[in-house]
Design a protein around this ligand. Sequence first.
Ligand code: DCP
Length: 659
Amino acid sequence: MPVAKPEASDSRVIAHIDMDCFYVQVEQRKHPQLRGLPTAVVQYNSWKGGGLIAVSYEARNYGVKRSMRGDEAKEVCPEIQLVQVPVARGKADLNTYREAGSQVVSILARRGRCERSSIDEVYLDLTDAAERMLTETSPHSLETIIEEALKSHVLGITSREDGIDVKEKVREWLCKSDADRRDKLLACGVLIVADLRMQVLQETQFTCSAGIAHNKMLAKLASAMNKPAQQTAVPFSSVKGLLESFPIKKMKQLGGKLGSSLQTDLGVNTVGDLWQFSEGKLQERYGINTGTWLWNIARGINGEEVEGRLLPKSHGSGKTFPGPRALKNLPSVQHWLNELCEELSERLQSDLEHNRRIARNLTLHAHAYKPNDSDSHDKFPSKSCALRYGTLKIQEDAMNLFQVGLREFLDSSKVTQGGWGITGLSVSASKIIAIPSGTCSIKKYFQGQQPICSSSKPLEDGYIETTEHPSLSFSGDEDSTSVPIELPGQEVPYFPCNGVDFGQEAAASTSGLTFCVGRESCSESNLVEPESTLPEEPRREPKTHALDQQVRKNPSVEKGKSSSILDFFRRADTNSPLQKQDQADKMQGRHQSHRRGSSQERETWHYKADEIDPSVINELPPEFQEEVRDWLRPLKRPNVVKGGSGVSIASFFSSTNKP
Ligand code: DCP
């Protein structure tokens, strides 16, 4: 349910940074010969050449879209370069992309509070930096303004159609000495963001787009307005104009049931259509909180803070088993759960070592069906328990969770005969906390911990009753309920109340285990499409990249020198496209993987969207991602590459290959 938060101040400077066709850029950095070519990254699945998950802007010019399969993309753009997502443990391995995202975050965090909101998106609170700049080096006192800032779009100020020297108008706006203080701060934000984007490009070779406004909602809307490699600012006076015609369903949290109700029940199709309804009227219809939230967003009011968070909120690992590859017995489930848990465990371990963070909750999600029961799809209940560290323990606990879920799934089915099939499995770790600083050793910290469960009820045998799964819980009356489940004769794991057990092995054998039973559908779990038949490119360390070498050799692309970025990219070899891999021979003509729940079923679930780490969604197979993104955030506007000249990040994209 959306939460209405009043705006603490309208003088904040908030930026939303969104990487451009991110996975493609990561692959192009690995394979510089792909730069400037129509390229797409495919999630491996041999059916029709695999699903496209990222499409370069050159390929978009030919009409290639993310919803296409590889074969379809080749039809509209025969020269498209398809690069496969790396594969490990028989599933997509997104580590390269995660690491690339972290690299960008570490640069962006230099100027203000930074919230990593997904694998390739970041919010920044630049208020302090902008205030400092305004005091020390106000834009109107600057002799030169960096080119990238002059290329900004400023809503209500710049219009590419009016034929006037747009850069001159931007310069005037940036340097207006008698401007409103809010606009002056925003102008500082524009300069800071332009500079940060240049730094990102110089240090990572990635371009990004940005929105700069006085709150997160407006910054996010703005960052999608002019892509790729451009930035858009929203002065206070332009908010109304921006929202007036903005499609209601594209607003964050209005892509689903609430947005549909606004359309059908109130005839609201744009944000401006909402203006006619009083706050009271909206509250009457949608409840006090949602009513106020709607009234606020219609006016561009959004008090959400930028959380200082550079690390993900949760970790997950998943895989789909479409059609004939559905898992039909416990040993095969055990095999894949072991693989998924091994990956999860590695990431938890790495988070612990590098960031001194621990996760306290383990959740298992599955997609299942019963062959003779068409109602059974998507009814496999998600299960959570306290998380114990150590691969074997995670594997054991996940398998136990699966068995509890399976039993409930089978009990809930009307059909008692005919077996079962699992078409998706995922495990995730959440409730991540930092180990308090000053703890002299991680192990000692855990040894000294009493099993305290503030939100969980300790039970006699050391098991706990969890009441929610933070990243995937439901609001209101859909809250999880706890149900005791008997596991006769099975050895069950020990769940210490602090959720972490480094030393003790599984202890009890009991039948009194209580699990959290979240009534969750599986579509939010991070399931990833299956295996590769193409060999993974040998992973090259950044140091060995040809482009990196150029960076080192070419003084013009050293940090801080901005004038020859375009030259830098032109020097990249664009004449030797990656050899096309003929996937056609390997196609098996499978059908689409999952049947999703009916829309009616889906609509009965309400997610606490803010508690879902969007980076986990990137690991879903495309068919789930579309659905989940729809719930969580507005769709992006069609990208329009606007004209422009001179050396800038944008020029990098205006290059070749237009049909
Ligand atoms: N992603 C994915 N599956 C999807 C959508 C996205 O795996 N269905 C991955 C690949 C994308 C990355 O997440 O590169 C970021 O997603 P975005 O929605 O931000 O899209 P892009 O960065 O690819 O393009 P854009 O420039 O439009 O933001």
